[in-house]
Design a protein around this ligand. Sequence first.
Ligand SMILES: *Cc1c(COP(=O)(O)O)cnc(C)c1O
Length: 505
Amino acid sequence: MANYALASFADSLKPPHRLAHLQSRNILCSKAQQLVLLANRSSQTLFVNPQLEMSPSAAVAMSPAIIETTNHLASSPNLGAPIVLPQSHKQRVSNPGRAFVRNALLSHLAAMDVDAGVSDSENGFFVADVGEVYRQHLRWKRNLPRVEPFYAVKCNPDPQVVRLLASLGTGFDCASKAEIQQVLSLGVPENKIIYANPCKAASHIKFAANNGVRMMTFDNADELHKIKRLYPGASLLLRILTDDSKSLCQLGLKFGAPLDTTLPLLKLAKELELDIVGVSFHVGSGSWDPSAFVDAVERARCVFDEAASVGYDLKLLDVGGGFGHDNFETIAAVLGPAIDQHFPSTIRVIAEPGRYYVANAFTLAVNIIARRTVANQEGEAGLADKSYMYYVSDGVYGSFNCILFDHQHPVPRVLAHDGRFLYNEARGDSSVRCSVWGPTCDSLDCISEESFLPYALDVGDWLYFEEMGAYTGCAASRFNGFPISRVQYVNSEKGAEEMMKALSA
Ligand SMILES: *Cc1c(COP(=O)(O)O)cnc(C)c1O
């Protein structure tokens, strides 16, 4: 295993040749806009090439190198949209987090000896860079200064993530008693918590009442009666239905008051002498159409006006979640102005981002615990003569539940092969076809039906998956007796480290 350490040292001295390669071709891809931009070096103009428009997954399939190089540009706090390579930088662009993640992966692998059959050594594990969460927070502040983020705990309740965000002073969107408890236990003040589940269990409402967590959402009459009975002093937000058709996870099937019900609900609340303070919405998780936010803000404005007609003076707008780490600037660029256009500065505006904060902060490494070799049909162009089925140490019943529940398509990359540590390296000619399967006995447990990797991997090798921070470990089960992948932390931001120290002191 010492080989890994040597390889890593040598690797760290290599120039970021991929980036140089991209530059030499003047190609820059912004995943955020799902477009390939052709930069004309001499005139500094950016041309959009519509022929190359593609979905993020298609783009990843085409060239992981291109996507990856710009991903870290997108998440760098110094660069907003549009993403443009600085003329002078040449080789100097680097993701501040990547080196930290690399070291953590390397030292974990170096300490493991899978071949010896030592217990746990082949378990999957996450590397979480809390510095990335910190950078996302700065990015939020820069792009949506008027909107206070209330982190949606359900997306990833990782204790270090929640602790960091608490120390940064974000609020929290909690959906249950346990989430409220977790956040309160860190000393977060009650008024920084919104209980944003429109349909709540009675005992959870009681818990909120007993702990002074006043802000909560509702979207129907039954809930109003329940709240009247259990917590008449609550500060209520009416969650309205919005168009979520352009999002990965549509929430409108389950939640949100249709606009023809909002006036009757407001009247009922008035009769019950309940305190309505604002309006909330959620355009759907993983939203790819920024205009959904604008439309929702306009609907919220209508409901504010309806409320005024009933005698309420609403003061709070909650624009929910749905922000991606790869389309944030695009959304912010239309959402910010829409809020300003429809709501005077006396209205407080909050949001409930989940995915945005954590998606990019977690990398998952899995071990190849078993392999099956499959002969390819003769004459399949460009392919080696064999394909492989890899069985790995985490799967769809574990961290990869995001494939089922969150409509994700995680992309496998080679982390270690043949004693070599290949993080961020193994690219080039990817001609070995494989499928990747989880460890359980269910055939549904498939991570990738078809991928192409540059090597034929062996049992004991490692794969890794990036962007595994949102809706992954938190919904993992122990089905079939397989353990849940643990988290190892790194912190690529000095500022984040200091915040966390201050909090624990
Ligand atoms: C899930 C959820 C969120 C977080 O959504 P993201 O798409 O992860 O930002 C926010 N608010 C509510 C009410 C939710 O249910």
